[in-house]
Design a protein around this ligand. Structure first.
Ligand code: SDX
Length: 430
């Protein structure tokens, strides 16, 4: 612990609060003893300025547009790794050797199937059920089928992580096949993580699916770019639920539910709905720009803005490049891409958005790529969840194994309700 401290003066009394510095220079004031020493708490709705934990997993710098997983820049990882390699890195903390990668891949193959009884669950969701509600339900119920693993030991964690990473892919593909009334396609041992998912999604007895290398490469890149993002809403949810001693599957199920929100991972499908709205309005961009600026209108430009990135989201830069490359490779012409680029150009030259540091975020172009792959809009956030799973698991495990600072998450509040008053019996109330 450094000897640096901040001083706080309250009612003429001076308090010293320790300063904590991270390995990349991020700095914090340690207020863990603030209430016991001063009787005061801090107030920070939305946790805009509050660090919930120390973590070794991901570093991001919103001013410089930096995002590193376990010290490695995502630009390198997205270009040079497979998603399985990056998942191993995020979970274990080091890039795998060839042998470790082969062992991890073998575990993913071993756990690719889901219990046949689970398949009957799909028959009882209504046809219009959201794939995110199905995914959250199915992941939560995995604990009923595989209750034995705690995730406490590294070996346990490897098994429980590989099982979940592999099964989420099968659950997602099966829920899609059920939603379109097609026969289920089971995982194959001869296909890669992403190739297997695409084959389970799109293979048909009447027309076998040809796994396109460009699509597999782009899907790997997209999942890598979504793999972790420090203490975002859904990861914080996984940590908070897990801090009560809840098993991994149920904690992850809570994270899936949080990610579903249109302000969070649900934005990638909301972007497509917004772009289709602009197209249906004969490209009336001004209408949407004015709605976004209207303080009385709750409408926001989906895919723009970020709590942390105040320059650019480095992931959006990579995804935008991959978007044009993939659509060219697949010879897909999507009018929404041109609308998206035009909207970005308008926003990037409008003082309202510039003054609020609003740039495209990870969700702005990703949906256009998923569309080109044939993935339905209501499954875009499922894709986000598949990508984010290694990060969620790593944070749950880091929190569970934090022996000296692990406690149940329980924030405080400032009460502004009625002061204490006498009870009024029913017969006296008017
Ligand atoms: C993700 O946290 C993460 O790391 C998340 C994520 C991850 O990988 O886990 O990166 C993934 O969730 C990306 C964000 C996806 N969501 C969207 O694209 C939804 C649209 N964006 C916004 O709703 C908003 O930008 C948030 C939710 C992303 C951030 O909200 P903040 O940090 O609470 O900022 P704010 O709402 O207080 O906005 C500050 C100002 C406001 O104007 P003023 O009150 O100052 O006049 O900027 C305006 C807002 O009205 N603003 C927008 C806007 N986003 C913010 N105005 C129009 N369109 C927008 N998109």
């Amino acid at each position: 612990m450094s000897k640096e401290h901040a001083t706080l003066t309250i009612e003429d009394k001076i308090y010293k609060l320790p300063i904590v510095r991270g390995t990349e220079g991020d700095k914090a004031i340690d207020i863990r003893k603030l209430r016991t020493e001063t009787g005061y708490i801090t107030l920070d709705s939305g946790y805009m300025n509050t660090g919930s934990c120390r973590s070794d997993i991901t570093f991001l710098d919103g001013e410089k547009g930096i995002l590193n997983y376990r010290g490695y820049p995502i630009e390198d990882l997205a270009e040079k790794c497979s998603f399985v390699e990056v998942a191993y890195l995020i979970l274990i903390g080091e890039l795998p050797t060839r042998e470790q990668l082969n062992d991890f891949r073998a575990l993913l193959s071993r756990f690719a199937l889901i219990h046949e009884d689970l398949i009957h669950f799909f028959d009882h969701f209504p046809p219009q059920a959201s794939p995110m509600s199905i995914l959250s339900t199915m992941v939560n119920t995995l604990n009923n089928f595989y209750p034995e693993m705690s995730g406490d030991s590294d070996e346990d964690l490897m098994i429980i992580s590989a099982r979940l990473l592999s099964k989420i892919r099968t659950l997602a593909a099966f829920s899609y096949k059920k939603s379109v009334g097609h026969p289920l396609v089971y995982p194959r041992y001869d296909l890669s993580y992403c190739g297997n998912f695409l084959n389970m999604m799109f293979d048909k007895p009447v027309r076998p699916y040809v796994v396109h290398p460009e699509v597999v490469a782009t899907l790997n890149k997209l999942l890598i770019l979504h793999a972790d993002h420090e203490q975002n809403c859904s990861t914080s949810t996984v940590r908070l639920v897990g801090s009560a001693g809840v098993n991994l599957y149920t904690s992850i199920s809570a994270g899936i539910s949080a990610l579903w929100g249109p302000l969070h991972g649900g934005a990638n499908s909301a972007v497509i709905e917004m772009l289709e709205g602009i197209r249906a309005d004969n490209n009336d961009f001004e209408k949407y720009i004015q709605k976004a600026k209207d303080p009385n209108d709750r409408f926001r430009l989906s895919g723009f803005g970020h709590r942390v990135y105040k320059t650019f989201d480095p992931r959006a830069t990579i995804i935008k490049r991959a978007c044009t490359k993939t659509l060219e490779a697949l010879q897909v012409e999507d009018p929404l891409l041109e609308i998206a680029m035009k909207l970005e150009d308008i926003v990037r030259h409008d003082d309202y958005f510039i003054s609020r540091d609003l740039y495209p975020n990870v969700d702005f172009y990703s949906g256009i790529i998923y569309r080109a792959m044939g993935i339905p809009t209501d499954m875009f956030t499922v894709m986000f969840a598949m990508g984010r799973l290694p990060g969620w698991i790593a944070h749950w495990s880091e929190m569970m194994q934090d022996t000296d600072d692990r406690r149940i998450g329980r924030p405080r509040q400032v009460y502004e309700g009625p002061v204490q008053r006498d009870f009024v019996p029913l017969h006296e109330r008017s």
